[in-house]
Design a protein around this ligand. Structure first.
Ligand code: SF4
Length: 437
């Protein structure tokens, strides 16, 4: 029997709403000779004497926790193999290459990759062993990603744990599809989950029925990079509503997929869309492909059915950004506020991500000022602007595109600000956030 600990390297609240945790837990416990338990930041310290420790790398900013966890658990689990998976493991695991024995480069459904790694096999497709393959970017990029060509019902976790404190509340997570048919040049999800694969409607109906039979849920959270691009989205939502009469929470919708039918069946109070940039020119340049008309139409549809709130997501510091693009954000928000009672705006700096078309673009340190300017300009109109801590976004960029030499620094500097201070002091920051060759 192999005893495996599966860890989400952050709080329970996020981990319980992370589909990857449920997929892995369900997948591994299907093997008769594997026993897998789930852990989170709150309780990982009790893990000892395991055969394998798996950590899912969902966000770069979790790396500080990851290093702490691995360092603590190595001595308590002397025989364990340390395995990492998740989007960051697929895109660029180099900054953590000193801390894991192996990284999974791909998706585990329909394959035995995880099982074989737990059983210490070495010659496994889609597995990156830094000590063996080498720790340079070229070494890593030689590893071919593995993924199922189709997503079906096998391997789907219909028995999920839920908790009211979960990020979506007590929700059953229903993954409609993976990969995105759109072409946004900044989007890592598109790059690492390519090609787009949607589940069949009948499969999703089966997964809803089974899921709501076995999962203690009060709503269904739809998971897909672009939910509205699913051809049968209205049929699926109608089915859930009619049969179960429970709320459905979609992730954000693309403005060009918003329809009256969809908004009605979702019964949402706030329309959430991500124009990303303030002008059509810049949206075209970044591949977002949403026209002013698309946005206008989405707002009209929402207004028409009585929706009173709008949430808009933007990025600043995008390549080729000009003053007009920033003014475009402000004007769009003001215009929306004239027509909707509740408007909230989220503005964050563009962070170039590995594997995307923009991976070599610089991170723009001026973004901080731009965000403050937008906030100030909108405050007088009663529009609230939210944003992430700027330094943590800079560090996100460093870790997203960083190399193996960051391992020593992560060992030494336990917090994002400490790492950032060191990089600035030594004049190393530009190496990580400037344009790449
Ligand atoms: S639509 Fe969304 S998920 Fe799809 S490529 Fe663009 S940003 Fe990524």
């Amino acid at each position: 029997m192999k005893n495996v600990a599966l860890i989400y390297p952050n709080k329970f609240k996020g981990g319980i709403s992370c589909l990857a945790m449920h997929v892995l837990y369900h997948h591994l416990n299907k093997y008769r000779d594997v026993r897998c338990d789930m852990y989170f930041l709150e309780n990982y310290s009790q893990i000892k004497n395991r055969d394998a420790i798996i950590i899912t790398l969902q966000y770069e900013n979790d790396y500080f926790n990851v290093v702490r966890i691995v360092e603590e658990l190595r001595s308590k689990n002397p025989d364990a193999i340390f395995i990492a998976g998740g989007p960051c493991s697929m895109a660029n695991p180099l900054p953590l290459s000193d801390f894991f024995d192996v990284f999974v480069v791909g998706e585990i459904e329909g394959s035995d990759i995880m099982y074989r790694l737990i059983n210490r096999e070495r010659d496994v497709e889609g597995a990156y062993f830094p000590e063996y393959h080498g720790k340079s970017r070229e070494d890593f990029r030689r590893i071919e990603r593995v993924y199922p060509r189709k997503l079906g019902i096998e391997d789907y976790p219909v028995r999920q744990f839920t908790h009211p404190s979960g990020a979506y509340g007590k929700a059953y997570l229903l993954e409609i599809g993976r990969g995105c048919p759109r072409r946004c040049k900044f989007c890592m999800a598109r790059a690492i989950y390519y090609p787009p694969r949607f589940r069949k409607l009948e499969d999703l109906i089966y997964l809803v029925d089974e899921g709501l039979k076995y999962t203690d849920a009060e709503k269904v959270a739809l998971i897909a990079p672009s939910v509205g691009d699913y051809r049968h989205i209205v049929d699926l939502c109608q089915y859930i509503r009619e049969r179960y009469n429970i709320p459905i929470s979609p992730s954000s919708l693309r403005a060009d997929t918003v329809s009256e039918e969809l908004l009605k069946v979702l019964d949402i109070r706030t329309l959430t869309i991500a124009p990303e940039a303030g002008s059509e020119r810049l949206r075209d340049y970044i591949g977002k492909d949403i026209s002013d008309e698309d946005i206008e139409r989405a707002l009209e549809v929402a207004k028409g059915i009585g929706i009173e709130g709008v949430k808009l997501y933007f990025m600043v510091g995008l390549p080729t950004e000009e003053r007009e693009d920033i003014e475009g954000i402000i004007n769009m928000c003001k215009d929306v506020k004239r027509r909707f009672r509740r408007v909230s705006v989220s503005v964050n700096p563009f962070v170039p991500k590995p594997c995307t078309e923009f991976e070599k673009e610089p991170f723009n340190m001026e973004s901080k000022k731009t965000i403050k300017y937008i906030e100030k300009s909108l405050r007088k109109y009663g529009i609230q602007v939210t944003y992430e801590n700027f330094n943590s976004m800079v560090v996100q960029c460093v870790l997203a595109r960083g190399d193996a030499s960051l391992g020593d620094l992560l060992r030494k500097y336990k917090k994002p600000n400490q790492l950032l201070r060191y990089l600035k002091k030594k004049g190393l920051l530009e190496r990580y956030i400037g344009p790449l060759e």
